[in-house]
Write a protein that binds this ligand. Structure first.
Ligand code: SF4
Length: 317
């Protein structure tokens, strides 16, 4: 059985949608995050390092256009790519004045950019910004995706990791984005030390119940000079095993609605920047293990997605 019969693979979804392979081009804006600069909190989420998520990004001294052209040149030559997604990746890309936000997004509008993908926090979504994105969608015929960092639906864990928002802000942002018909991709860390398998299942159920279009799964990596890094060194947190992570991913997929596209099954970070990453195993080996185990157990995405639309009424049908 091929990988995309086990779960809905992002690259295949893009190929079906755009008729050919599409590549994401990361953009690094000179922005920060309200959870780091004191607006919502100081110091950020306990796992967030100085570089945010942008280990492979170009310098944010370069303009959006320069970053796109540089990355596009490289990827076009290497893969003969023709279509791209402009991915505003690092930190909180809507946490800036509206006019500046508009300027950055407009710089990314080019013929071969088919989609604009903006990564942000649930408490940084507002109607004004969404209305502007809607005008971009209509005027320039660009698809819009908003990537929302959530990490877990467990609001007790959200406090422990110092997210600076709870589940309510996430639900509010999802409802607002949905009115404009944009795609939403939710980021989740499936092995936070305070979450158990019930939380993993609830993650899948809430994402499915809200009709989210895409998810990106991460394994927790520990960056030096972070609060969680200190906790790790002092032995104050216990990380689950690789096998436990694999089990969590498979259970999550089984509860996830089969239509939801999965951008990623596991996170990745350079070894030199981390105290712990992926049990010293390459991400693709872990991905292969997940697929192998799914095949062995006759497991697939949506296998246990039987809880929507009046589950208890089934006995009358
Ligand atoms: S919301 Fe994102 S950028 Fe902000 S502190 Fe948390 S992980 Fe870092």
């Amino acid at each position: 059985m091929e990988e995309n019969k086990l779960y809905r693979v992002y690259s295949k979804y893009l190929k079906e949608k755009y008729g050919e392979k599409v590549y994401k081009l990361p953009i690094n804006l000179p922005v920060t995050c309200p959870n780091r600069d004191g607006c919502v909190g100081y110091g950020g989420c306990i796992f967030c390092g100085e570089k945010g998520a942008g280990f492979e990004n170009l310098s944010n001294v370069l303009s959006v256009r320069e970053q796109l052209i540089k990355n596009k040149d490289y990827i076009s030559k290497r893969y003969k790519a023709m279509k791209f997604i402009a991915y505003f990746q690092n930190f909180t890309n809507t946490y800036l004045p509206l006019e500046r936000f508009k300027g950055y997004i407009k710089e990314a509008i080019m013929d071969d950019i088919v989609e604009i993908d903006i990564s942000t926090r649930p408490d940084c979504i507002s109607e004004k910004y969404l209305k502007f994105l809607d005008s971009v969608k209509k005027e320039y015929d660009k698809n819009i995706t908003v990537e929302l960092g959530l990490q877990t639906v467990n609001y007790h864990t959200l406090k422990k990791i110092n997210r600076g928002h709870s589940l309510a802000e996430f639900i509010d942002s999802v409802q607002r984005i949905k009115k404009y018909g944009f795609n939403i991709c939710v980021h989740l860390i499936l092995n936070l030390p305070w979450d158990d398998m019930d939380d993993v299942i609830e993650n899948a159920k809430i994402i499915s119940a809200l009709g989210i279009e895409q998810v990106k799964l991460h394994s927790l990596y520990i960056v030096e000079d972070t609060i969680i890094g200190k906790m790790y060194k002092e032995g104050r947190i216990k990380l689950g095993s690789k096998d436990e992570y694999i089990k969590r991913v498979i259970t999550f997929l089984e509860y996830l609605h089969p239509d939801i596209v999965v951008q990623r099954l596991i996170g990745r970070a350079p070894k030199e920047d981390t105290l712990f990453v992926n049990w010293d195993t390459s991400w693709w080996k872990i991905k292969d293990e997940i697929i192998k185990t799914m095949k062995q157990n006759n497991s697939y995405q949506g296998k246990r997605c039987n809880y929507l639309n009046g589950k208890a009424l089934i006995k009358f049908n």
